[in-house]
Structures are given as structure tokens and as C-alpha cells.
Design a protein around this ligand. Structure first.
Ligand code: BG6
Length: 296
């Protein structure tokens, strides 16, 4: 595998043609291509890549709070989705495995770090905890794995939420369904945050969708297009999954989302731990990960 860092973007390529790109800003994965050349992540053509605002598309990291921070919480002064997606991370290096008999098992892991000492004073004051994040992105044949380790490096406990805000590309949202959620509970943000139980075996996306599913049994989430499996998403220690598509009007109102009909060609499936707070004691670490497998 080859790994190149230039202009604050890390690009990894496998001998069989798969590739991934990660911007140090937010450690945001902005591209994941499979060997057939197909781009599996959606990135807005108007995404700001200059470090002024979170990157619209790819896999922004949500930490330490999901959504607008609650008023009566330690995160209340932080921006929506926290600060991990809008600060610059460091590239900590790569490790790769190369198979001897066949090239097909090659993989490469890229590690990124963000710690309290790297944050601007202003952000540190808003959330005064000492932490270390290690984010690992592993590219293998047909899969992309992302893993976050959260370390409490201070002397007091803190509460956090985290989530991988993954924008997948789909050919046509009207032909796309999501399976694996049947029988699980979700909060529907489009319907006044009421709680429902999912009835669909294969959930169609037919309008603005913004739901947080809680799935303690961690079922695989399967995306189908025209009835054919295109993605299988598995998870470790991430019991929640947000399913989000802004549809016509929400996307029309987002200045950094282009093209405007892009709502037809993306679906966010966001594994995370956001329905409650995870408490991390001084000196402790927590780890969560998810693997997306593209069906070729
Ligand atoms: C989703 C939320 O995770 O992110 C949505 O559930 C939100 O409510 C969307 O609109 C995009 O958020 P942002 O902050 O990147 O515009």
C-alpha cells in the first residue's frame, strides 16, 4: 500500500486500486473508492475544505456532543456536533499488512490524534477536560473501518457522546432502503422528537428523514439499491444509528451543500453512542468502531 501526505490530506492506495482520503481538518475521510473505481462516500461540491467550517460530506467525527448541546450540560457552550470535526488533527502514521500469496488481503491503517492541548484556548475553556482521541481508518479490499479511542488524560471524569457522521453515496434515494432496524426504537426528529418502533424490514426513504435508532443488539445495517445489497455496516460498542436525509428543502437551505439535487444521491447512516452519555473516569479509555463493506 502507498500512503502520501500532502496539502494536509492523507491518501492511501492499495495495489488492487482501492483508495481513501483523509483531511487532517477534522480527520474527515472525504473519499473511499473501491477497486471498481466507484466513490462510496458523498462529498458536497461546495464543501469548505479550508478549515473554516466542518466538511460537508465524507465522515465527519462527532465528539463530545451530538447535535445541539443541551443547555444544562457541560457541553452547552460547544458548537453543534462538538469540536472534533472542526479542528486539525495530527497524522500519527500508518501500519500496513501485505499478504505474501495474494495481493487481495492487503490493508492499510492510518492513525490520527487530537488532544486537549491541540485545541484553541477558547474551546478548551468551553469544555475544560484533558482528553486524547486516537482515530484509526483502515482500508481493506471492499471495506473501510473507522475506530475511535477516547482517553481521559485528566484527573476528573467526563461525559461524552460520539458518532461517525457518514455520508454514503447512493445512485437514487427513491430506490434505496435500509434493513436491520426492524423492531428497534427510534426518536423521529422530523416528528417532534417522538419515539416510535420501526416496522419496516426494508425502510424506504421517501421524504425528510432524521431519526436516531437505538439498537442494543448491534444488528448489521444493510443498504439496498433496487433490492440489491450495496453496503453492509457492522459496529462495535456503537448502539445508536442516525439515519438522515435532508430532502429538498433542508438541502436547499444549506449553503455548503451542492449540487442542490444531491439529496437524491446521498444517505447518512451514522453509527454512534448518542442516546445517553458515556462516562469516562480519570485514566480510562473507551473504544468504538464501525466497518462499512461495499458489495461489488
Ligand atoms: C444529523 C442530524 O446527524 O446531522 C441532523 O441528525 C442534522 O439533524 C445533520 O441536520 C447535519 O448537521 P450539520 O451540523 O452538519 O449541519
Amino acid at each position: 500500500p502507498t500512503v502520501d501526505l500532502s496539502n494536509n490530506v492523507v491518501t492511501a492506495t492499495l495495489p488492487t486500486g482501492e483508495s481513501a482520503q483523509v483531511h487532517l481538518f477534522g480527520a474527515t475521510v472525504t473519499s473511499w473508492k473501491t477497486s471498481d473505481g466507484k466513490e462510496r462516500l458523498f462529498l458536497s461540491t461546495a464543501a469548505d475544505l479550508t478549515g473554516k467550517k466542518p466538511i460537508r460530506g465524507g465522515v465527519p467525527i462527532v465528539f463530545p456532543v451530538f447535535g445541539p448541546p443541551p443547555k444544562d450540560h457541560e457541553t452547552s457552550q460547544l458548537p453543534q456536533h462538538g469540536f472534533a470535526r472542526n479542528n486539525t488533527w495530527e497524522f500519527m502514521g500508518k501500519s500496513s499488512s501485505e499478504s505474501t500469496d495474494s495481493k487481495s488481503d492487503d490493508s492499510v491503517k492510518l492513525d490520527f490524534g487530537l488532544s486537549s492541548s491541540m485545541l484553541p484556548e477558547d474551546t478548551k475553556n468551553k469544555w475544560p477536560y484533558e482528553f486524547g482521541l486516537v482515530y484509526s481508518v483502515t482500508l481493506s479490499k471492499s471495506t473501510l473501518k473507522v475506530q475511535l479511542q477516547v482517553q481521559n488524560k485528566g484527573e476528573k471524569p467526563f461525559d461524552f457522546q460520539c458518532l461517525f457522521h457518514t455520508y454514503f453515496t447512493v445512485n437514487d434515494i427513491s430506490q434505496t432502503t435500509v434493513s436491520g432496524l426492524e423492531g428497534t426504537q427510534y426518536i423521529d426528529k422530523v416528528q417532534k422528537a417522538q419515539t416510535f418502533t420501526e416496522k419496516h424490514d426494508a425502510l424506504p426513504i421517501e421524504g425528510e428523514t432524521d431519526r436516531v435508532y437505538t439498537t442494543p443488539a448491534l444488528p448489521p445495517i444493510v443498504v439496498k439499491e433496487g433490492g440489491k445489497e450495496t453496503l453492509v455496516i457492522t459496529r462495535d460498542s456503537l448502539p445508536d444509528v442516525t439515519v438522515w436525509n435532508g430532502w429538498v428543502d433542508k438541502i436547499a437551505g444549506m449553503g455548503d451543500f451542492e449540487p442542490k439535487d444531491g439529496w437524491k444521491r446521498y444517505l447518512c447512516i451514522e453509527p454512534g453512542f448518542v442516546s445517553s452519555w458515556t462516562k469516562l473516569e480519570a485514566g480510562e479509555a473507551w473504544e468504538g468502531s464501525t466497518v462499512a463493506e461495499a458489495k461489488l
